[in-house]
Unconditional design. Sequence first.
Length: 538
Amino acid sequence: MTARVRPALLPHARPLAVLAALVPLVVSSLATPLVTLSQSEPTLVDRNLEVDTHVAGLELPTSIAFLGSDDLLVLEKNSGEVKRVSRGEVQTVLDLAVNNASERGLLGIALHPDFPDDPGVYLFWTCRSMAPQDADPFRPEEQRCSDDAMTGQPDTDDTLQVPMLGNRVDRFEWTGAALVYDHNLEMLLAFQNDGAPEPPGQGDDATGPHGPQPARANHDGGILAFGADGKLYVMFGDVGRRGALQNLPCGPTATECNGPEDITPDDQFGGPQPDDNHFSGVILRLNDDGTTPTDNPLFDAGAQMGGEAGTNVQRIYAYGIRNSFGMAVDPLSGGLWQQENGEDAFDEINRVEAGMNSGWIQIAGPSTRIGDFRQIETTSLHHEDFPNLQQFRWGPENIATTREDALSRLFRLPGSHYSEPEFSWKFVLAPSAIGFQNGSALGRQYRGDLFVGFSTTDTLGGPLFRFNLTGNRRAIGVDDPRLEDRVADNATFHDMTESESLLFGTAFGIVTDIETGPGGNLFVVSLDHGTIYEISRR
């Protein structure tokens, strides 16, 4: 079944030549494919359902939030614009000055749980630095963005034109016609240029075996969601860090880790402790004003640690996370779910429990499959010149050879626990946005199901997968006996083997958000198509 287009909802489209130069979200920044110019129309497996184009002609849309029926806000990654799509009209209600290099930009949105009585609209975005760059490319010119330069300035794709803490979570207020800045909740790490000659011995500068580590702008995460508990959850990727929160408690170059005497710095800014410059690879749990809930799972551990790092630890709900483009709350149980992208091996679907340590960088996928993780990462060349884990400071040859060894290396904070994934793929299939079907508008068989999009078009033009959850809503249910271990043993990268029973739709492109609308239909945001699709029952 192909998509139907409602012409009245199409704003003026941007030229295809512009689209060809835009950078999509990618799991690895070692190779950055261009947007595909010839796109197929989405199709659905269930012929009782249909897919319409709700709005097209957007510039790299990332996330949406519904103000009401046929009335929503949509973010554009590279332009920094928040647009309102209401009854066929599209207008800009906020224009932020973003750094949009690679995976940076305007990324995540969440409305306050009491909206519209509380008019709060929360945004995750990457600000650009306004300071002139000096001759040292390994240190940013600013620590934080100025609130005075949030708007009215040009956007940039210069990887280095960003403050150290350039990823922001801010609260705005909806006036009915525009978004007005209220206050900042978080400023998080953004600057990534690790190939500095200091400290020596990192293996990522110009004297290293593979040349200097390139400057990057990826693994920013950027998804926001209010939980059933009324708290704001913030998904933030590892931003290239290789410190304690990436399960390297003594740093990336330590040969042993028996105590403080073995600690090595993460980079030229110190670390590996999670101070502001090394705080990443986490899901944060915040009060709606940005303060820290005292019932957070690691609150006491952070208090015991003390200092800036301890304050950061108190805000953590989960850690040991590589990167994610998808996080959603189960409408039936209130559980928090997240997808996590692997490097070459073991993309994951996770049910996120309080205090979860997801295992990265020591483990990806089930801990019982550590041998496969090591074998793939030390031999594969998927968009790479040599086997690596994107950052050169800790190579795949360091991956443990046994499950017991891998588990023993984890950074264990009091109140934390290692958690196995609920589902994974042996070779990366590159999942992205996830979302639940809330209600029975598509049919009772879809109520509460988990839908997953993908961050490349290498497989079926960008598929949609559908997962059933078990009755207790704590695990993935499967019908295919090959998936009883909850691992799809595909043969190579982007291969569909053992995922055939999960297929719900094809040709949706790079999917960056999946939401249930006020009427119960499913809305799918396609980054490279510049389109929001609406799935409904015929």
